[in-house]
Ligand binder design. Structure first.
Ligand code: SF4
Length: 319
């Protein structure tokens, strides 16, 4: 099999140290979910997770190079040789990841934001899934490039990275996935994902539908409060309504304007980022002890950063 070299390999030992720290931090967090759920859930959901979209905006490789689930997937996957994942497997696998994202994120409101045990069980199950995926498909084709629920977000927000960061895991590429690997395709992985969908119009592919629904999905999430498990149906109903509204508006606009996938996905990525930080910025600041005024300043800075991202993406799309 021909081996394609990646443009820049960040094989510096510090990445290995960061990967080890990521795995150890995850194990520590798993224990903390059981022995001290309130502070550990606050740390994860209010202080760490809201920073991730900003990291993806700078470059998703900053996360992919250290993600603890990727480390587990790679640990097993690097020892395995298997054929490249064909599109007929890859596209449905991406759809599974999108469904997982759509199911797991609203569940925060009635389960994961406030209960340590379900977090322990779910994170452990997903970690084992990532490890098991490495025994089935080589490299990271069995999880990171296929069913990972974070992958669609990495692709959507990785369309105009502000910094260049190479892969710290694949010093060579055996093409574990035919297309759409952010390590290999970088900012083009989003467009590759809709081209791989094989429909005449990109918006009707799994990734196109995800991108169209995502701004509304985010608004739906942030306009719902935490509650008991009995609250689950109303949470999913609320998020589904917002997602459907977003889907209808975005598809209408894309079909009427006949926007190319590169343009449409960039606009939908920017809309999602704007929606996210409009709600998340003040909450993030509050979690670190800042007041409402600081929250407004950080929100404005986030909007500026997203603007710079969108302009950078727009220049590349037009080039
Ligand atoms: S497709 Fe991506 S994850 Fe798979 S071997 Fe190539 S660079 Fe690594």
């Amino acid at each position: 099999m021909a081996v394609a070299r990646l443009p820049l390999i960040e094989s510096h030992p510090s990445w290995r140290v960061a990967q080890l720290v990521g795995v150890l931090a995850t194990v520590t967090l798993l224990v903390a979910f059981l022995v001290a759920p309130t502070p550990s859930l606050h740390l994860l959901w209010d202080m760490v997770i809201p920073l991730l979209p900003a990291v993806f905006l700078v470059n998703p490789m900053l996360w992919r190079n250290v993600c603890p689930l990727a480390s587990l997937n790679d640990l097993a996957g690097h020892r395995r040789e298997s054929p490249t994942l064909a599109l007929s497997v890859l596209v449905p696998a991406w759809a599974v990841g999108i469904v997982l994202l759509m199911v797991l994120v609203p569940a925060r409101h009635f389960l994961f934001n406030t209960h340590g045990l379900p977090m322990f069980v779910t994170v452990t199950a997903v970690a084992l899934l990532a490890l098991a995926g490495g025994f089935v498909v080589s490299r990271r084709g069995g999880f990171c490039n296929s069913i990972c629920p974070v992958l669609p977000v990495e692709k959507l927000y990785g369309q105009a990275p502000l910094l260049h960061v190479g892969s710290a895991r694949c010093s060579d590429c055996n093409k574990c996935a035919t297309v759409g690997c952010p390590d290999l395709a970088g900012r083009k992985s989003a467009v590759q994902s809709v081209v791989a969908g094989g429909r005449r119009s990109w918006v009707w592919t799994p990734f196109g539908l995800f991108a169209a629904a995502f701004p509304g999905f985010i608004i739906g999430y942030f306009t719902t409060a935490d509650g008991a498990v009995a609250h689950a149906a109303s949470v999913y109903g609320h998020v589904a309504l917002w997602s459907a509204a977003s889907l209808s508006v975005a598809i209408g606009l894309m079909v009427v304007s006949r926007a190319r996938s590169a343009v449409g996905l960039l606009l939908l990525g920017a809309a999602s980022l704007l929606a996210y930080y409009w709600f998340a910025a003040p909450r993030l600041v509050a979690a670190f002890g800042g007041g409402p005024r600081v929250g407004e300043i950080v929100r404005a800075m986030a909007l500026l950063g997203i603007g710079a991202w969108a302009v950078r993406g727009w220049r590349r799309v037009r080039a």
